[in-house]
Design a protein around this ligand. Structure first.
Ligand code: HEM
Length: 272
């Protein structure tokens, strides 16, 4: 007697729909994050390499270049330039082709991603708390929690990789990707909101209102929740649940796409 468990066709279809929705979201995110990397290189990279440090302030910032603040300027430069590297590293880690065909490269980009993610969190904490770069206390608390999550999640991803526990490693690495992308999600979330509402609708200048808090805390809590939903549904046997989750992920991909268009067209494009 065969012990093979047959998957009902509808459930197979539901699993496929879930996988495809995840891929669709990843493609949208990859396009948007490539735009983010392009902006960082073209704006901060070019100005830094040519010694035009005060040119960092050619775009709206809280504190970019401050004359006489050599330490602050150095940490700001390292933070924004390594933002391009960590974003590229995160994307490369998620490409299945690299994981499967170039495991050596996957290990090295993985180590680089986790170390730089740690640096991004620590330098971000320094900018926020020591340099005092923040708009409001509540928005500062939101980004500081993101920084702590980056440090904790990256630690778990690293530990599981060293112990060769690859399934938990994959899960913690995905969680790390989501919280490291929080800064990018925030920009995408804000621009998506502005486009949907045809204006800033409830956003305030110092990011202290309820909609601002939805955006700042939501920039990592919403993607993390969706990721956990994706994992839970992937493990479950319910076809209807998978279809529902796939629809949620497609809606998230559509909102992300709107936000990506907004960041490129209205946030970064005009600065170049
Ligand atoms: C780990 C992923 C992160 C990335 C990719 C990233 C990226 C960036 C970029 C591109 C900028 C330049 C601002 C702009 O042009 O809009 C920036 C500035 C800044 N970042 Fe981060 N960041 C990350 C994490 C953090 C964290 C965790 C914190 C705080 C705890 C933080 C605090 C800051 C601060 C205070 C500034 C200066 C903002 C200003 O002066 O307007 N960053 N970051």
């Amino acid at each position: 007697m065969s012990t093979t468990v047959q998957t009902p066709p509808s459930r197979g279809l539901a699993s496929k729909a879930l996988r495809w929705s995840g891929m669709l979201w990843f493609i949208v995110a990859a396009v948007g994050q490539t735009g983010f990397i392009g902006f960082i290189v073209a704006f901060y990279g070019v100005r830094t390499v040519t010694g035009d440090f005060s040119g960092w302030n050619d775009k709206p910032l809280i504190d970019g270049y401050i004359e006489g603040d050599d330490t602050g300027n150095l940490i700001f430069a390292a933070h924004v330039l390594l933002a391009a590297v960590v974003t590229l590293g995160g994307l490369m880690q998620l490409l299945p082709a690299i994981r499967r065909r170039l495991p050596g490269l996957h290990r090295w980009t993985g180590r680089t991603f986790l170390v730089i993610a740690g640096f991004m969190a620590l330098s971000g904490i320094w900018l926020a708390l020591v340099r005092g770069t923040y708009l409001s206390v509540i928005s500062n608390v939101a980004i500081l929690i993101d920084a702590l999550l980056i440090l904790v999640f990256a630690g778990f991803a690293w530990r599981n990789a060293i112990k060769r526990r690859f399934e938990p490693h994959r899960i913690w690495a995905m969680r790390t990707f989501m919280v490291v992308s929080g800064v990018w999600f925030l920009r995408v979330g804000l621009m998506g909101w502005v486009i949907v509402n045809q204006g800033p609708a409830g956003l305030t200048k110092d990011m202290s209102g309820p909609i601002d808090s939805l955006m700042t805390f939501g920039s990592y809590l919403i993607p993390l929740t969706l990721l956990e939903l994706y994992f839970a549904v992937q493990r479950s046997r319910g076809g209807a649940l998978k279809i529902f989750a796939a629809l949620v992920v497609v809606a998230a991909a559509a909102y992300t796409a709107l936000g990506v268009v907004g960041t490129v067209a209205f946030m970064w494009g005009p600065c170049l």
